[in-house]
Design a protein around this ligand. Structure first.
Ligand code: HEC
Length: 176
């Protein structure tokens, strides 16, 4: 098995373990430090309440923020290049969503957990171990310069579909 494939399985296995231990105290919680990371890194584009602008999509009431943990972690690790649909609107921005690979796993988990706590969002805090697993999978697949090229929205959707089919295969493998 190729190492990249192995890491995809490893990150999925970790995700399953974390999902089954839901209810335990997450290793990161939104709050004061989440706000500080957000103000320093995100609010210049997404605005202080995550409401976005004409060109930058909102984080408050975003299906991407409320969606699966792994996709959200991927967006932060590698950045994103539009066009992208958010809240029923298509955004084609002259600004591009930068990669935040320089932040630690803990910081990324803290800031996305903070963004999830915005009034129009739902979703549980993200565990830093999810970010660790996604970063390791990207390094295995693309090398340490994984953040040199940004994701596109269709690539992220394709990954999510692949996660789901790996999940089904793994479940068949375990439960027959
Ligand atoms: C330089 C401006 C800029 C900064 C800084 C920035 N973003 Fe973005 N972000 C964008 C743009 C623009 C998009 C839409 C995709 C594109 O066109 O590149 C986006 C898309 C997103 C998305 C997916 C779409 C959505 O609206 O939910 C998320 C999640 C996100 N950003 C989170 C963050 C977080 C968290 C931070 C801070 C750690 C951050 N962004 C910092 C510009 C920025």
């Amino acid at each position: 098995m190729l190492p990249a494939r192995l890491f995809q399985f490893a990150s999925l296995a970790l995700f399953l373990i974390l999902a089954s231990s839901a209810g335990e105290e997450p290793s990161s919680t939104p709050g004061a430090s989440g706000r500080a990371i957000f103000v320093k890194n995100c609010s210049v584009c997404h605005r202080g309440g995550g409401e976005g602008t004409r060109h930058v999509p909102p984080l408050n009431g975003s299906e991407w923020v409320q969606g699966d943990d792994r996709t959200l972690a991927r967006i932060l690790l590698r950045g994103l290049e539009g066009p992208i649909d958010v809240g029923g609107r298509e955004f084609i921005s002259p600004l591009k969503m930068p990669a935040f690979s320089q932040l630690s796993d803990e910081e990324i988990a803290t800031v996305i957990s903070y963004v999830r706590s915005f009034p129009k969002n739902g979703g549980a805090p993200v565990d830093a171990r999810i970010v660790t697993a996604e970063r390791s999978a990207l390094v295995a697949e693309l090398g340490s310069h994984y953040a040199e090229r940004r994701w596109t929205a269709p690539e992220l959707v394709e990954r999510r579909t692949r996660d789901a089919s790996l999940f089904r295969r793994l479940r068949r493998l375990i439960f027959g």
